[in-house]
Design a protein around this ligand. Structure first.
Ligand code: 13P
Length: 253
């Protein structure tokens, strides 16, 4: 039996509201058929304003809808923020947190990502937590240390939380910053080292949680087959290629 991967399409702010609806309606049949026939999990993450209509369009299909961010608070006077409860109510089942682009634009640190993760789990939303090093950190061989410190508040918060519902399976997405949007993907030896370490590290520090491990960064129809060789990878966080149905189809197949 084929492995059931997760394909998370992070559309970032590339499509307007109308363009998002157009993409979804134009590709509805093909996306549903692709997910059904291949039995792979496809998740579309549009901008916040498009989550509700997309969740309605893909209701009762195997396609899931995710968000690109969430507030670290649950309620209150937080202008411009989106609450996890609202995401749940509009049909969002997954949420990306800690993306390097979000970290750069907003003050989102590792402690705040841990808070977001806990709230998402409370509202029955699967968190997709991004971690990854810069090019400079990679070149100076600091990657594992960087990942360890990015994960520390998260593992600590989840370890003290006993109610992670098993079906939620939080995802950790390794997205080296130097690979995002550049066409450069890590070599197999690098990926093997990272995913072996991640499996051991989270197994040791949060042993009661069933995790999924994703890779993100320049995934395209050409790079995917090499990356799939790493058996510890459970799925992919796709940026640019996820805006083109033909590329999505090739990647999933
Ligand atoms: P690209 O696939 O365009 O490199 O983007 C990756 C990414 O940032 C997904 O979250």
């Amino acid at each position: 039996m084929n492995k059931r991967y997760l394909f998370v399409n992070n559309w970032k702010m590339n499509l307007s509201f109308n363009e998002t609806i157009e993409f979804a309606t134009n590709n509805y049949d093909r996306l549903v058929e692709l997910a059904t026939k291949t039995e792979q999990k496809i998740i579309l993450c549009p901008s916040t304003e498009s989550i509700y209509p997309l969740a309605q369009i893909f209701k009762e299909t195997p396609i899931s809808i995710g968000a690109q961010t969430v507030s670290r608070h649950t309620h209150g006077a937080f202008t411009g923020q989106v609450a996890p409860q609202s995401l749940q109510e509009i049909g969002c089942t997954h949420c990306i947190i800690g993306h390097s682009e979000t970290k750069k634009e907003f003050t989102e640190n590792d402690k705040c990502i841990a808070q977001k993760c806990v709230h998402l789990l409370d509202y029955d939303i699967t968190p997709i937590i991004c971690i990854g090093e810069t090019e400079q950190e990679n070149k100076s061989e600091k990657t594992l240390g960087v990942l360890e410190s990015q994960l520390a508040p998260l593992l600590n918060a989840l370890n003290t939380k006993t109610t992670v519902r098993p079906y939620l399976e939080p995802c950790i997405a390794y997205e080296p910053i130097w690979s995002i949007g550049t066409g450069n993907t890590p070599n197999i030896a690098h990926l093997d080292t990272i995913f072996t370490w991640l499996t051991e590290h989270i197994g040791k520090h949060a042993p009661n949680i069933s995790w999924k491990l994703l890779y993100g960064g320049s995934i395209n129809p050409e790079s995917i087959s090499l990356i799939k060789k790493i058996s510890k990878i459970d799925g992919f966080l796709v940026g640019g290629a996820g805006l083109d149905f033909q590329k999505i189809e090739k990647i999933v197949k």
